[in-house]
Design a protein around this ligand. Structure first.
Ligand SMILES: NC(=O)c1ccc[n+]([C@@H]2O[C@H](COP(=O)([O-])OP(=O)(O)OC[C@H]3O[C@@H](n4cnc5c(N)ncnc54)[C@H](OP(=O)(O)O)[C@@H]3O)[C@@H](O)[C@H]2O)c1
Length: 455
């Protein structure tokens, strides 16, 4: 299928676009700033500039599109809900979705399906079990979701339309969990308010599969709850997360303090709803992570020592595996792919070419501080994978696995890193810094590799 994704460069869009590409679909994406997509998107796509707030979608972007996935919208919890910010949150969804749907209405040959994001905020604050037939709630988020859905469903009689009432999406790479981790690492994570509020969550990988299910299953239309079958209350969530991270969670944040700190936006933390995915279950959807403990075990495996974190990235090249593998093994490229701000210089390599047990010594600068790094190459499988494991260096644990897969006439390179920040008692403060550095370094590295390999 040819699939248009709006907001593809966002957090969910990045995972979704990779999965759709690997499943064989061709992607068209829109962004207000398509030049920036190079650092976020991992797979090839045709990119168009479109600001959903500023008018109809360009017809050339929609031409020949079989399906549309609409994710674009001002982030809900990025900054305090001033009246201006609330207007942006609402209008980017209401007017933005209206502009998209109006553009689809003008097409002589319409796509077969439109899938729009929505959120469980639709139901307001409630402790009753809610399936898709549950009543709409009250409050700002409920109003936003109702306005958003009613725009998305405007062509319901002409295009199969699905609105995914998305729960709290969990993955340490972003969203709510990434925001919570620093507090838990610093051992000040705890129950929010009464802890009684419900949290209907979903593992990011399961959400991506829900979008695929909505795309392919022609029996599905209308609202679909994008949540795991076992919602939990905030107190249970806090205790399970702390247990998995092996940190205490005896503190709690009183409602008054959260209201003072976040204003009206504190409702995102203090309110919730108990949502169940009835529609998905009725259509035979199978959750990979139905229970929270399964999802947390995936993010923070018990087999890892406490404090170990994982980071992953991927990048596709329209080049044969052999050529891409050789590129990643070349000494001069090892230096060239890293951002210049790191001043990475290779000092010695124990063999002339990378191979099993090669030792590589580097000098680099981390936040201006000179660092010596020695790593060893392990699990060397030519044209398939290898790991570099830090023997001496700034981290307590660092293992970087490179995996090369032949995909759609090219090569997908996956980077999987297990790391543990240095610092003993200071680790809690260093970890978030490392996490954000890794994101920035890999985003820049991605652009540099693409340029170097294209030469
Ligand atoms: N993450 C969650 O837990 C969660 C839960 C419930 C619902 N959702 C919904 O699912 C969708 C995707 O979520 P996400 O976490 O991937 O969001 P995200 O990372 O914030 O990405 C959304 C994309 O929307 C575009 N965008 C941002 N502000 C905009 C504005 N003012 N007007 C128009 N476009 C704008 C951006 O694309 P460009 O900058 O490229 O234009 C951005 O990449 C969102 O609509 C979100 O509300 C997410």
């Amino acid at each position: 299928m040819k699939i248009l994704i709006t907001g593809a460069g966002g957090w969910i869009g990045q995972s979704l676009s990779r999965k759709l590409f690997l499943e064989g679909h061709d992607l068209v994406v829109s962004s207000r700033n398509p030049r920036k997509l190079g650092s976020s998107l991992e797979v090839p796509c045709e990119a168009f500039a479109w600001d959903p707030m500023k008018g109809l979608a360009p017809p050339e972007m929609l031409r020949g599109v079989d399906a549309v996935i609409h994710l674009a919208g001002e982030p809900i919890a990025a900054s305090r809900w001033t009246s201006g910010q609330k207007k942006k949150i609402l209008e980017s969804r209401q007017i933005g979705t209206r502009n998209l749907v109006k553009s689809l209405a003008k097409m002589p040959q319409k796509p077969k399906v439109l899938i729009s994001a929505s959120a469980i905020g639709y139901y307001g604050n409630s402790s009753q079990e809610l399936d898709e037939t549950g009543p709409n709630g009250k409050g700002f988020l409920a109003e936003v979701c109702q306005a958003w859905e009613s725009e998305a469903l405007a062509l319901f009689d002409q295009i199969r339309t699905v609105v995914v009432r998305t729960g709290v999406v969990l993955h340490p790479s972003g969203g709510a969990l990434e925001k919570m981790l620093p507090a838990f690492d610093a051992r000040v994570g705890g129950i929010l308010g009464s802890g009684q509020q419900w949290m209907s969550w979903i593992h990011l990988d399961d959400l991506v599969s829900i979008y695929l299910k909505a795309l392919m299953d022609e029996e599905i239309s209308g609202p679909v709850n994008g949540t795991a079958p076992e919602p939990v209350q905030n107190s249970a969530f806090t205790n399970l997360l702390a247990k998995q991270l092996r940190v205490p969670a005896f503190l709690s944040a009183p409602s008054v303090a959260l209201k003072a700190a976040f204003g009206e936006m504190s409702q995102v933390l203090l309110e919730g709803q108990k949502v169940v995915p009835k529609m998905l279950e009725a259509h035979g959807f199978s959750f990979r992570y139905p229970a929270l403990k399964d999802a947390l075990e995936d993010f923070f495996p018990s087999s890892d020592e406490a404090g170990v974190r994982r980071f992953s990235a991927a990048q596709f090249f329209l080049k044969p595996v052999g050529e891409v593998f050789r590129f990643f093994c070349s000494q001069k490229n090892l230096e060239g792919v890293m951002p210049p701000s790191l001043h990475l210089k290779l000092s010695t390599m124990s063999t002339s070419e990378l191979q099993e047990s090669t030792r590589v010594e580097y000098q680099l600068k981390v936040h201006g501080l000179p660092v010596k790094w020695v790593s060893e190459i392990r699990n060397w499988v030519p044209e398939k994978s290898f790991k570099d494991v830090q023997l001496k260096g700034p981290y307590s644990v660092w293992e970087h696995e490179h995996v090369f897969e032949e995909v759609r006439g090219g090569t997908l390179v996956r980077d999987r890193i297990r790391w543990k920040a240095p610092g003993g008692p200071l680790r809690a403060f260093v970890s978030p810094l490392v996490s954000s550095d890794l994101k920035k370094i890999f985003a820049e590295r991605k652009i540099r590799i693409a340029e170097m390999l294209a030469r």
